[in-house]
Each structure stands twice: as C-alpha cells, then as structure tokens.
Design a binder for this molecule. Sequence first.
Ligand SMILES: [Zn+2]
Ligand SMILES: [Zn+2]
Length: 294
Amino acid sequence: MVVEVCSFFGVYLLYCTNPRYQGRVYVGFTVNPERRIGQHNAGKRRGGAWKTSGRGPWEMVLIIHGFPSDVAALRFEWAWQHPHASRRLTHVTRRTSRERQFDFHLRVLAHMLRTAPWCRLPLTIRWLKQEYHKDFPPGLEPPLHMPVAFGQVRAVRGTRGVRPEPSEELPATPKRCSVCLKRFQEGDEDIPLRCFHSGCSMAAHIICLAEAFLQKEPDQFLPIEGQCPSCKNLVLWGDLIRHHKGCYGDLEADPTSSQEHWASELNCEEVSNKVADSDTSPSRQWMITLDSSS
Ligand SMILES: [Zn+2]
Ligand SMILES: [Zn+2]
C-alpha cells in the first residue's frame, strides 16, 4: 500500500547497488520521492545529482518526512550531509574506518532526531525498502512522537482524494473557542483548529491551544502533544495541523495506540539544552502553524 501525504517535504537516503560503487550513500531533499529516484537513476541530464550520475542504480531506502517547510527540510539535509560542520552535532563522533557509510549515516540521523530543533518536529521515519531496515542504536532511539513507518509514500497536492465527507467527519463549527471561551469572529485571522476524534466538537484558536499544550514547557515554541480540552484524548500537534490543512492520509488512526505511544515522557530536553539554537529558530507563529506555504 502506498501512503499518500500532502505538503510533502522529505530528506532521503539513497543506497548504491552498483557493484563498482557498492556501499555508497547519498542524502537528498525532495517534494516528490517517486519522481526523484527516477531522476537519480536517469543521470544528471535528466535532473539527477552529479554525485549519483552514472553510478546507479540507486535505491531510495529511507526518507524522513513531516517537515513544516522546504527550508526546514533543506536545513536538515545540509546537517545530515555535513554533520561535522554543524554546530548542533558536535557530539557526533567521526566515522571509524570499520564503520560502513550506511551505518554512519544512520548514526548521524539518530543523533539528529534527538537534537533541537529537529527533536520537536512531527517527523515520520519511513523505511521505503524493508530489506535495508535497521534498528536505531540502543540509547539513540528517536523521540516517541516520531513513528517509524514502512512502505512507499506518495506526495499529493492539497486534499485530492483523501478528504472524507465533511458531514460525517465533524459536527458543526462551534461558536466559541474551547480554550479561551471567546466567540469566533468573522474577521479572525486563523480558522480554528478542530479535534479529529469522531463526535468531538472541540474548536480553538491556534494560539490558545498551542499555549495550553505548552503549559508544562513554557520555554518551547512548538507543541508536541496535548489533551483535547473536550474529548480528553491525547492528540499530537502535528496531527491536528495536518488535519487542519485537510490532510487525512497519515493521521494516527487509533487513539488508544496513540495514548500508549505517548505514555512515556518525551526526553529530548537535555539534548536541546546543550545545543545552541539561534539561526534556525523560527518565529513563534511560524512554528505553531507549521506554515508550509512559504
Ligand atoms: Zn481562544
Ligand atoms: Zn477532541
């Protein structure tokens, strides 16, 4: 089954299967993984990178997606390609002579996913080719809110084909914000966030709900998860935003599994405190709305 994902920004790992270059890997950014792997294997005249041109065939084995924008994904790509030049990754040791390139790139990735600002993003770690799948090193598992998924993914524009009938999905829009209890106004800048659990009528200003979710983490800008003020289900912020944008393809379907998933505390604060965060620290509004339109 191919999972369809909208607003797709991904950073992928290619593995070279050509015996002459076997073991080489390549890290790249894409908004369309299906098209991109074709370009790599067609060579640089057809849009492939010069580093991969003529050395194929390449397999796209792993992709990280769920970045809020192309800029966020490109910064991730750069750091994954140049871990020793990134001041966020000074704790990552160099590749040893015995370590395969593939294993080294996985180790760098594991550190990145636990390092600010990436450790707070609603990312999915997707193995596109199951035969390459490896567990993350012990002690370097990704944060609990990042699912590890398997199988192919397709980037889709907007909401085509994935939006269920609105009538069965949501009760009518409530008149008041479930958090601040103020009435929604005609001229309100943002459309209220809605809960996607069936039968739940929660609607709230984006800022109100973000602040409610961040109560225990006042130093953070981007919520990770929180309790719906109406139905009390634990919901991932990334899922609320995806639903808000009309993306239904990759929501956490089963609330109970989501709750178990979230039972233990997310633990990336100690890492984030070690890593200075200035130039990629986005404005509050940008992070909260996960705006991908720029
Ligand atoms: Zn409000
Ligand atoms: Zn709810």
